[in-house]
Design a protein. Structure first.
Length: 73
């Protein structure tokens, strides 16, 4: 199992575009400098009225399939 840590700050209005389907993926840079792109829907549990903010760890298997995501802070 592998993982990436990303810091995210997505405004509520921006996430609304993702939720409505006009944007389907999030592109970010991990804390170690790797580029990552993942489905926006994995962030749904973390949406607040202010959007999404925090540090997250994304876990995936050896075939780069999503396994889970957790907020670190």
């Amino acid at each position: 199992m592998s993982s990436l840590v990303v810091n995210l700050k997505i405004a509520a209005e921006e996430y609304q575009r993702m939720y409505s389907g006009s944007v389907s993926h999030v592109a970010a840079v991990s804390v170690d400098g790797r580029s990552v792109r993942f489905p926006a829907n994995i962030l749904r549990p973390f949406v607040t009225l202010d959007g999404i903010q925090g540090r997250f760890i994304i876990r995936f298997d050896s075939d780069s399939r999503f396994l889970g995501i957790d907020r670190l802070s």
